[in-house]
Write a protein of this length. Structure first.
Lengths: 228, 92
């Protein structure tokens, strides 16, 4: 039973972590190399990794998606520890519209223009902070979605994840509030009922014990084996 | 535009659930505080009828005050946040 409980807890934790890690914004220090647009097939289960920019796009079997190719400073520990080396990262650039995840992004074309404006070469680099959500999974052709881009002076720029800080503080406060609500509800609404029910149960139980005790003694009087 | 309609409907339902829960919680906390106040003022218990009157009067004052109206912020804050997010993401 203990294993089942821990298994269940770990599954919930991993799912929650996965959803948050996919959805919350992250910042990469990047150099834009190129942008392109490519037709994407959307008619299998990996559809969940593409956005739904507008209502009619829900039924489309394929559509054009814009991409931003970059060279990115590598990091450790979800972007908290910067590294010297660089790798490549390709972002998709799609509206999220009014649906999940709730970035309310409608400026895909503007963002693509900004990215084009920041294009640079390795010899004469322009660095920028790319805000994005999502994962890059090469096997499934899944790309993170770019949300915003702004130029920074050097590749050593360290973006502070303000939104995530506030988000987790809010989550903690919400959790404490929910717990306080539950305790208040239990103290004021459940406990009095349970107490009175408990008293009623105990008296009924006592009566039952008395009756059964007499019955049991009578049955036992016919048995040879001693009563347990 | 259907997405916006969906967001408004689901958002309204979820926020209403939160509103009702917070409303009940706030009322319950106030009632408990009034009862505790009475018990502190009357260590030997006092007249149960007078206690009930005291608590009901306190609750009437609470409902007339600004505090229960502040719970309407449950509806206001998310809308403000959404507008702020839209401005930051799209027009800055």
């Amino acid at each position: 039973m203990v294993y089942v409980k821990w298994f269940f807890r770990i599954v919930v934790f991993v799912l929650l972590f996965g959803v948050l890690h996919y959805t919350l914004p992250q910042h990469d220090v990047v150099r834009v190399v190129n942008t392109y647009q490519e037709r994407q097939d959307l008619n299998d289960w990996t559809r969940i990794f593409w956005a739904q920019p507008d209502d009619q796009s829900a039924e489309l079997v394929n559509r054009d998606v814009q991409f931003i190719q970059t060279v990115r400073r590598k990091t450790w520990l979800f972007g908290f520890v910067p590294r010297e080396s660089t790798g490549v990262m390709v972002y998709r650039n799609e509206d999220t519209g009014w649906s999940w995840p709730f970035y309310f992004k409608f400026d895909t074309a503007s963002l693509q223009t900004e990215a084009d404006d920041l294009r640079s070469t390795a010899e004469n680099p322009k660095w920028a902070v790319m805000t994005h959500y999502g994962w890059r999974m090469e096997l499934l052709s899944v790309f993170p979605n770019a949300v915003a881009i702004r130029q920074v002076d050097s590749p050593d720029y360290y973006p502070i994840p303000w939104f995530n800080i506030f988000f987790f503080v809010f989550l903690g406060v919400a959790w404490l509030f929910l717990r306080a609500m539950w305790r208040q509800f239990r103290e004021r609404s459940i406990d009095p009922v349970v107490d009175s029910a408990g008293e009623a149960w105990e008296s009924a139980d006592q009566r039952f014990d008395d009756t059964r005790g007499r019955l049991r003694r009578w049955i036992d009087s016919w048995r040879r084996s001693p009563r347990r | 535009m259907l997405g916006l309609v969906k967001l408004i409907i689901f958002g309204f339902v979820i926020l209403t659930v939160i509103y009702v829960l917070v409303w009940l919680y706030s009322r319950s906390v106030r009632r408990e505080r009034l009862e505790d106040q009475w018990d502190a003022d009357n260590p030997e218990g006092g007249d149960p009828q007078a206690k009930e009157t005291y608590v009901e009067d306190g609750m009437k004052d609470y409902h007339a005050s600004i505090r229960p109206k502040l719970i309407l912020l449950v509806y206001v804050i998310p809308v403000v946040l959404i507008v702020a997010v839209m401005i930051v993401i799209n027009w800055s």
